[in-house]
Each structure stands twice: as structure tokens, then as C-alpha cells.
Write a protein that binds this ligand. Sequence first.
Ligand code: SD4
Length: 316
Amino acid sequence: MIGCKENSDTAKTSSVPKDKDTAVKTTIPIVIATWNVHDSTAKAWKVLEQGKSSLDAIEQGCMVEEANAEGQSVGIGGLPDRDGNVTLDACIMNKEGNYGAVVYMQNIKHAISVARKVMEDTPHVILAGKGAEQFAVSKGFKKENLLTDASKKAWEKWKKTSQYKPVINIENHDTIGMLAIDKNGDISGGCTTSGLSYKMAGRVGDSPIIGSGLFVDNEVGAATATGLGEEVLKTVGSFLIVELMRQGMSPQKACEEAIGRIVGKNQNYEHFQVGYIAINKKGETGAYSIHDGFYVTTYVNDKNESTKPVFFNKKG
Ligand code: SD4
């Protein structure tokens, strides 16, 4: 077992929080991820247990789901765009605030690892499409067909009734956003996805975009998103959450505020889902979504558990 300790860093003070602090108190090390991804969090925890960095934990944790051909939202087996092409988006951020991403990448399942290579081995932060694929191949990644028979069948069924309309729906997806704190108290994060199913060709969501699908500030905390990326992008949700935590808000309140920004601007929020998770430097966590149905997996104190966070739309 990892020697867990209370992180002694004190939160920065601010006049922002008015309500009582509803953050879940935990210890470090800790891994938290969007959705029911026990195998991914278990792998990340194992890496932390070996004393490795939160960055290694994030990469290796996300890789588990990327390699799972049965999961239809990340890596191989991801549902395709409306033309039948599987295109992946991913990003990673480390404790120094460095960031790497790939967008609209095809034929390479470990998008999170390519994103890490972009961060570590290039002077750039984002590579897109063919350029990302060529870069991955130059780094030794294997090209493979990511469209499995099951995802092809699902796409063919969708085509029969969809009239080729891109989908915006409440729960068609399980993007992995993962945040971790290692035994040194350093925070990293990653986000990997095949994006919205049956999206238009060329569409890129929030997941690989810094500040939207993911943001990490090792002095403050980190946040990541799942759900309809267009709404997360328009409100720069993960950056917003980290900045609110910087001002003293708990991770829970900050997630609630970021969802509040979205629902406050959208009367049609019944038709889409967004969920956030966040962690602060002390290892306190928060999670909130617009609708019921969102899950969060947390591995801490040798326990790997999924919970259903509170949500905004109590009527739904
Ligand atoms: C996107 N945010 O591409 C992703 C989709 C997602 O759970 O997270 N689904 O918009």
C-alpha cells in the first residue's frame, strides 16, 4: 500500500466561497477519472504505488481504456464520425504546466501517448490530423484500423435513421478525463476520446484543448470535462474551475459554478450533458454534471470506487 498522507499545503484564501465547503476530503496519492473506468484508475494507482510520477500514472491509466476494443468512446473501437472514420482527440498536462495534444488523429490508438510525445519531443503543443499521425509513426507508434466490427455496425444502424445529422445527445459517450496527485503532491492530468459519435468530419471537441477539456496548475489543482464539447469550449470550463479554486473555492463549488455558466446561457440544456471533475492541491475532489447519469471513479487509500455525483437538473 502507498504511504498516504494528508497534504499539508494550505488552500489560498479568498472571499469567493459563501456556502459551506462541500468538497470531498481525501488523501494523496489519488487518481480521479470521469465515468466507470476502474481498470484505468487501477493501472494509474499501480503506477503511483511504484513511486512514479502523476504524469506516468495518467498516461498509463488512459492507455488501458484506449486499448480496450469494447469501449466505444476512447482509442480503438471508438464510434466514428458520420463518414465512418474514427478520429481521436487527446491531451496531457504535467506539473510544470506543459501541455501536448493531438486532434483529429486517425489510425493510432494511444492518442494520450502521442500527446505526451508532442509535449516532450516537439517545440509545439498541438498536432492535428495527418501531421499527428505521421509524427506518431515517426516515434514508433503502430498504425491500425480503429473501427471495430461492433462500432461499424452501430454506425451503419445510425445511418439508416439519422439523415446524416450530427448528433447532440445526453449520454452517448464516455470520454476519459483523468487527474492524479503523486506521493510528492504533484498534479498531472489527461483527457482522451474519440469525440462525439457521428460528428461532422473535421470536428474537434473540448477534450484536447487546453483550458476546456483539461487544465492543470500544480500550485492550485486540476479539472477535466466530459459531455458536449461545444459547450465546454465556449465557457473554457476546466480553466474556469481551476481559477475559481485559486480564489479559494472548493473543487465541488467550482464544478457547480462552471455548470452554472453553461445552463445559465442555454435554455436547451435538457438536450445535452456536461460533467466536470476537479481536484485541489490538498487532494479534495469535486464533481458535478447537468443531468443524472454521470459517474466518477476515484482510487484513493487502496480503494477503487465509482460514485454518482450530484447534478443540476433535478426535474429531468
Ligand atoms: C467531445 N467532450 O468530443 C467530448 C465528448 C465526451 O463524454 O466527453 N463525451 O465533445
